[in-house]
Design a protein around this ligand. Structure first.
Ligand SMILES: [Zn+2]
Length: 493
């Protein structure tokens, strides 16, 4: 089973001539093949299609938790000095912690689309949050929820912000998709920096959790539940009053204050995730449920003179990834490079779904890495940032990005290609320089040349952004208003 998956990945990452057109054709072909396969499988009362596959009623429940805007190095289990994530630390102690997980984008809907399809952005096609190129996941793409639903799972999602909603096509495959944002905020809050918040585009972790727990009370196994939490994303919407009563925001330098708020929001999110874990424990389901926790991207927090996210330094694309499953041993740690596109094949492998019912994916199952015999699979991790953004100087740090970035991690190297300013492209040795402080592109120009060639072979640069051609992803004035309310876009939109 795993050999078959590996072959698919190798064929895709071959960077060979004609790779691009073959890739598109193959994706289409495999989508059709997959649809025909699941139709046949769905026609039988239970699936007996392969050795080791389980019947639907025997499959484990799956809980996917995505932490918006959460840096790996702000979790205690990833070495953070402050113990603000006791519940996630506890999960890591019972599962597998991946120290070098790379998100495929540092933009919310783009990164989530990779998590939910097992495809890189240039293959799933959702390239930007806003702009002239595509910002909606196409119906033809096959999501984890769709595969699990066809395999007999009840599927539900409870999300906490507009950028992961139906507008971006991320609802595909969910029987229940709850995105009813009721956060009790005034409709318009205008801060000193001019950023506007409304209460209709996001909600607190507490509200999302309460709704999910209500759903869990009546859920039937097997189920797939996706929970998305947004609290660390927005420094202007603080946790509820009752939580803040014990968490004073310090007075001091703006940078220190904002970092303190970020940690408070992560701590609140962790507490709310703990309510879900407690429910599983009380229901006797903690040991039998597959739990995957991952962030869609991190946050600059002032590193590389960048406060938020959207570019490709490690603090923004190296994300926490923790997987706990009944079949894997406690407290394992994997230091090899893995990617968020590996999550979907890993879940399908863990639940024992026959590979005949797997859609085409570019990720690989991480199950072979979860044991003593694991060897470095040598995965390369792709990431990009296509949005051409200009952030207003809302805090002490200026944020201006009018470029498109395309990155490839090939350990220990990380190459970042600047499409509009190639002379600013970067190369880092992550083993010697994990904080990416010294660009060694001139010193190791041979490595940079090789990685650039491999990147370009992926056809990852969307031509419509470069050419100014109108794509299919135009947004309505209401969509733009909602994005602006969350701090995206500048005053001119
Ligand atoms: Zn995000």
């Amino acid at each position: 089973m795993l050999e078959a998956i590996s072959r698919r990945g190798e064929a895709f990452f071959g960077y060979g001539e004609g790779c691009v057109s073959e890739k598109s054709a193959r994706l289409r072909h495999l989508c059709i093949f997959w649809a025909a396969t699941v139709f046949v499988l769905g026609a039988s009362s239970c699936e007996r299609s392969g050795r080791g596959s389980r019947r639907a009623e025997d499959r484990p429940d799956v809980l996917l938790i995505t932490l918006d805007t959460t840096r790996a190095d702000h979790l205690h289990c990833y070495g953070y000095e402050k113990s603000i994530t006791p519940r996630l630390d506890e999960l890591a102690g019972k599962g597998v912690l991946f120290t070098q997980a790379i998100a495929q984008a540092a933009v919310t809907p783009v990164s989530h689309a990779s998590i939910l399809t097992g495809l890189n952005p240039y293959s799933h096609g959702l390239r930007v949050m806003h702009g002239v190129t595509e910002n909606r996941l196409a119906e033809e793409r096959v999501t984890l929820a769709e595969v699990l639903k066809r395999a007999g799972y009840q599927t539900a999602a409870f999300v906490s912000a507009f950028p992961v909603t139906e507008r971006f096509g991320l609802h595909q495959g969910f029987d229940m998709f709850d995105a009813d944002f009721l956060l009790a905020q005034p409709d318009r809050l205008i801060s000193d920096s001019g950023i506007v918040n409304t209460g209709k585009s996001q909600r607190h972790a507490g509200e999302t959790t309460t709704r999910a727990l209500t759903w869990l009370e009546q859920a039937e196994s097997p189920y797939f539940l996706w929970l998305h939490y947004f609290d660390p994303h927005d420094r202007q919407v603080m946790p509820p009053q009752e939580f803040m009563a014990d968490h004073a925001v310090p007075i001091g330098m703006e940078r220190d204050v904002l970092r303190a708020i970020y940690d408070i929001e992560i701590e609140y999110m962790d507490q709310q995730i703990g309510r879900v874990f407690d429910w599983l424990i009380q229901a006797g389901q903690a040991a039998s449920t597959i739990v995957v926790v991952v962030a869609d991207h991190g946050e600059g927090l002032g590193d590389h003179d960048w406060w938020t996210h959207g570019i490709l330094y490690q603090e923004q694309v190296r994300v926490p990834l923790i997987i706990r499953a009944p079949s894997i041993s406690d407290g394992w740690r994997v230091d090899y490079v893995v990617r968020t596109i590996d999550i979907m094949p890993t879940v399908l492998d863990l639940i024992g779904l026959d590979t005949g019912a797997w859609p085409d994916m570019e990720g690989e199952s991480l199950v072979p890495l979860m044991g003593a015999a694991a060897k470095d699979p040598g995965y390369r991790a792709y990431c990009d940032s296509v949005n051409m953004l200009t952030y207003r100087p809302g805090v002490t740090i200026q944020e201006v990005k009018d470029d498109m970035l395309f990155g490839l991690v090939d350990w220990p190297w990380k190459y970042v290609h600047h499409a509009l300013r190639p002379e600013e492209s970067e190369l880092y040795d992550l083993a010697k320089d994990p904080r990416e402080l010294e660009n060694v592109i001139e010193k190791h120009s041979d490595v940079a040349t090789r990685l650039k060639k491999e990147l370009m072979a992926l056809d990852c640069v969307p031509s419509d952004e470069l050419g100014g051609q109108k794509g299919a992803g135009q947004m309505s004035p209401e969509d733009l208003r909602r994005l602006r309310s969350l701090g995206y876009l500048d005053e001119g939109g």
